[in-house]
Structure formats: C-alpha cells, structure tokens
Design a protein around this ligand. Structure first.
Ligand SMILES: Nc1nc2c(ncn2[C@@H]2O[C@H](COP(=O)(O)OP(=O)(O)OP(=O)(O)O)[C@@H](O)[C@H]2O)c(=O)[nH]1
Ligand SMILES: [Mg+2]
Length: 396
C-alpha cells in the first residue's frame, strides 16, 4: 500500500508530506523545491477491533479504540504543462511515483501560483486549469509507455507470441498493472473487438485514460484553502473524490502538539492549548490563525484525505491477524498486535500471503475470532475481521 503525492510545482505537496509523516523535508515558495523523492510513513485511522470485543489493550497504535495503521507515502517533484515532453523536471515525478496504488493530487485552490508554479497574488490563477493539465500529463505518460512499443506489440500479436492483453500488461508491469485490469478496459471500451492495427489515435487515448483511472485512481486535496477567498471554486472540480485541505495548518498543529504546546489529534476539528502561560505571542498568533482556518474548513483535511484515499477510493479494509483466537494475541501475549490493509475482496489465504509466503503455501484453514468459526482459504474477509491462520508451514 503506497500513497503518492501528485501535483503542479509549488502547491504544497511537501508541506502535506511533512504534516502527514511528521518529518522535516525541504519546503519553499518556488517551483521545484523537491527534486529527489521523499518517502515516509503516515497512518490511516480506523475503529480498532478491540471495540467489538469491549476490551482495552496497551498498544501505542490504538488510541482509545482508534487504530492507527501505517501507510507508505511518497512526495515527488512537481509538474508543469508539457512535462511529458520534458518541460520542467519532465516525467521524473511519474517515474518516482510508479509504485503508488493511489494518488493524492494536491491543488492550490487559492490560486497563489501560476501555471508554472511561480508565486502570484491569491486568486489570480484558476486552479481548475491545474486539475486539467496535471491529469492530462498523467494520461500522456501512460500513453507514451504504450506508444513507445506499439509497433513491437502489433508484431508480437501478428506472430502470435503474445495476446493483446498480455502485450499491453507487460508494457505496464512496472506500474503494477494486472491482466484483468487491461481485460476489463478492453471490454468496457469495446476495443477488445477491434483489431489493434485498426486502433485510431483517439482509441489509444481513450484506452490509456481509462486504464490510468482504474489503476492509478486520484483524490484531489484542495489545498491552501486557508488562503482561498471563495471556497465555492472547490465545488467546480469535476472529480469524484475531493477533500478541502490546509496542509500548512496541519503541519503547524502537529508540530505544536509534538512539543506539548497544544492537545490535538490529527483529524480533529479543534485543539486545546496546554498551558497559556508557556506560549509566546508569535505562537499564540499562529495558533489563533489556525483556529480561524478550522472555523472556515472544519478540519485541516490532511487526515481526511489519507483516510478517504485508502478506504473510499481504493476501498481497502483492515484485518487483524492473531495467533491465539481466544486471547486475540500473538504468541507473546500482545493483544491485537497487527492491523493489515487489504483490498476489498481479499481472502483468508491472501491475508496469510501478506504475513509470509510459507503461511499461504501450507494454508489449511483459518478461524474467525469474532464468530470462532472455521473459514476456508477462499473465504472473503470483512473490514474489522480478526483472523487466526492455521498452516502446515510456519513462517520461514
Ligand atoms: N497558506 C498556505 N500555504 C501553504 C499550504 N501548503 C503549502 N503552503 C506553502 O506553499 C509553498 C510551497 O510548499 P511546498 O510544500 O514546498 O510545495 P511543493 O508542492 O512540494 O513544491 P515543489 O516541490 O517545488 O513542487 C510553501 O511556501 C508553503 O509554506 C497551505 O495549506 N496553506
Ligand atoms: Mg516539494
């Protein structure tokens, strides 16, 4: 599970990354601050399975029944129009983000940066243009991958050394694209019925656009909302998944919480100052400003965007593997030690495979700790399941 940050140069990707991972990376009000990618760990928040059993347990990943599940996140170089032809840093960002399962497209909705990412007065640039060009660059990148070897692919099909599905999937294997996904798009577009030698330019564009949307779905983080004079611009973004954000506010709140100035849990709509007397006037002013932002946009949106990307866009579920289904623990007695994110539709055997290949290889059956029932390898798991795997082979 990998989240990638995508967007025009200078929109706040690294600020979002810093806030989400609580790490310090280069942030600057000019394009191409980031060149080499930053990789870190953030968390999704979900209801811990301890709630179902009505138990309390000592686990730093469980805060009063709210479970933090780690997710990798990558912050990459920004884009400018024409990146697919080498403008700016070209497609470097895409090469770095290829492992991402889902992308958070950070957009400067306050319009404080022009199309090249140069600072401009707030409201002077139309963010809708950015949404369009970034998506277009992303699609163009997919198209180039296919076009690079199109003639070779046609030859393979003619010589029957590969089918259309195999040939296309191979070109996109570095991006984790699966045969069934290629197959689905061929069916959906009707292009599976058309000879590839007869595909027009438009057919190819349609195919790659659909494949990109399916295999690298995007959520829009409408960032710099704190500077946005008219938030109704966000409603004009024609995407299914949009979250209003102020990465800078989240960055500040997490920093203040870390040093004990405030009590704040990421995703909250308010914070409490721990001790008014220890706060200096600058800190007070900054926190007052954030308070105003929270009144305007409710939460900073960073945690919401991460959760939404994983649970709503990708539709992942959380499953808890245990070694003792009555004590709900591992063999050292740690209760609900592990939480795993799996795609919806994953089976008990899939879960075994995420723990160790040998566990899946020797899979006998599993036990659902909630019902205490025995389940088979092809049993589909549900969100919040607590599962013990019984395997003929131990972990390695
Ligand atoms: N007001 C406000 N400023 C923000 C927000 N997020 C980022 N910024 C500012 O925007 C500028 C760019 O931030 P970065 O995080 O470096 O942007 P980036 O997208 O990583 O930029 P590149 O790496 O150059 O592509 C900095 O001055 C940030 O302080 C936000 O939510 N609100
Ligand atoms: Mg950056």
């Amino acid at each position: 599970m990998f989240i990638g940050l995508l967007g025009k140069a200078n929109v706040g990707k690294s600020t979002f990354f810093s806030a989400a991972t609580e790490t310090t990376v280069a942030i600057g009000n000019y394009p191409f601050t980031t060149i080499e990618p930053n990789v870190g760990v953030t968390h999704v928040k979900t209801k811990c399975a301890c709630k179902h059993f009505g138990i309390t347990h000592q686990n730093p990943s469980c805060l009063d029944g709210v479970r933090l599940v780690p997710v990798k996140i990558i912050d990459v170089a920004g884009l400018v129009p024409g990146a697919h032809e080498g403008k700016g840093l070209g497609n470097k960002f895409l090469d770095d983000a290829r492992q991402a399962d889902v992308l958070i497209h950070v957009v400067d909705v306050a319009g404080t940066t022009d199309i090249q990412g140069q600072p401009v007065p707030p409201g002077t640039h139309n963010p809708l243009e950015d949404v369009e060009f970034v998506e277009n660059e992303f699609n163009q990148w997919f198209k180039q991958i296919l076009m690079r070897e199109w003639q070779k692919l046609l030859k393979e099909i003619l010589q029957k050394t590969a089918t259309l599905v195999e040939g296309i999937t191979r070109r996109f294997s570095g991006l984790g694209v699966k045969e069934f996904e290629v197959s689905d798009i061929l069916k959906e577009t009707g292009l599976g019925m058309k000879k590839p030698t007869e595909w027009s330019e438009d057919d190819i564009t349609l195919f790659v656009t659909k494949l990109r949307k399916k295999t690298k779905p995007v959520l829009i983080a409408a960032n710099k909302a704190d500077l946005c004079k008219d938030l109704s611009i966000i409603d004009k973004i024609k995407e299914n998944h949009v979250v209003t954000c102020s990465a800078e506010s989240e960055f500040l709140l997490r920093k203040a919480a870390k040093v004990g100035l405030i009590k704040y849990i990421s995703g909250d709509s308010s914070f409490v100052i721990s001790n008014e007397s220890t706060i200096n006037p600058q800190q007070k002013q900054a926190l007052d400003l954030v308070k105003t932002v929270l009144t305007k946009i409710h939460t900073t949106g960073v945690q919401e965007a991460i959760n939404h990307a994983v649970f709503d866009v990708l539709k992942f579920i959380t499953v808890y593997p245990v070694e003792d289904e009555t004590k709900l623990s591992n063999k050292d007695g740690v209760v609900l030690p592990d939480a795993r994110l799996l795609p919806v539709g994953s089976t008990a055997k899939d879960l075994a495979g995420t723990i160790h290949a040998d566990l899946a290889k020797g899979f006998l059956h599993a036990i659902d700790a909630k019902t205490k029932q025995r389940i088979s390898g092809d049993h589909t798991l549900k969100d919040g399941d607590v599962i013990k795997i019984i395997s003929a082979m131990s972990r390695g």
